[in-house]
Design a protein around this ligand. Structure first.
Ligand SMILES: N=c1c2ncn([C@@H]3O[C@H](COP(=O)(O)OP(=O)(O)OP(=O)(O)O)[C@@H](O)[C@H]3O)c2ncn1[C@@H]1O[C@H](COP(=O)(O)O)[C@@H](O)[C@H]1O
Length: 111
């Protein structure tokens, strides 16, 4: 993966973590995080649905825009649980080159 892609996700994640630690006035992130996990999950579900609708519509600019919204709200979920994007990259790297069928067969059920 191009490292610059990692960097912007990591940079936004750092800002989200800062907003969580020190809520700023007029911060969308701070206000969303202060509402708690149920509101974060509701918003994440809405953003996923908006991407599905954009995907159905097929307009490239809308798909890009909605994917960015979904990525951002996913970072908010990760920050809520203090999960760094590095852990997601590591999981993707672990899977890299393994066929999806073989990877699924090797999965150990999560708790
Ligand atoms: N990347 C984002 C980002 N992407 C999307 N959003 C916000 O996510 C919201 C998306 O919700 P919707 O489109 O559904 O809009 P809405 O209906 O008004 O939202 P709701 O009222 O339903 O919550 C909008 O308010 C967007 O501005 C983001 N808000 C913040 N960031 C990043 O977080 C940083 C800190 O932001 P603040 O904490 O707001 O300063 C920013 O500099 C950015 O880097």
């Amino acid at each position: 993966m191009n490292e610059s892609h990692d960097d912007i996700l990591q940079a936004v994640y750092q800002v989200v973590q800062e907003r969580k630690a020190v809520p700023a006035e007029n911060s969308y992130t701070a206000s969303l995080m202060a509402k708690g996990i149920d509101t974060i999950l509701k918003k994440l579900g809405e953003e996923a649905t908006e991407l599905v609708i954009a995907g159905k519509g097929g307009a490239r600019d809308e798909i890009v825009y909605e994917t960015a919204d979904l990525f951002f709200h996913t970072l908010v979920l990760l920050a809520h649980y203090d999960i760094s994007p590095d852990e997601i990259y590591a999981e993707l790297r672990r899977r890299f080159g393994i066929s999806g069928i073989a990877e699924k067969a090797s999965r150990v059920p999560l708790k």
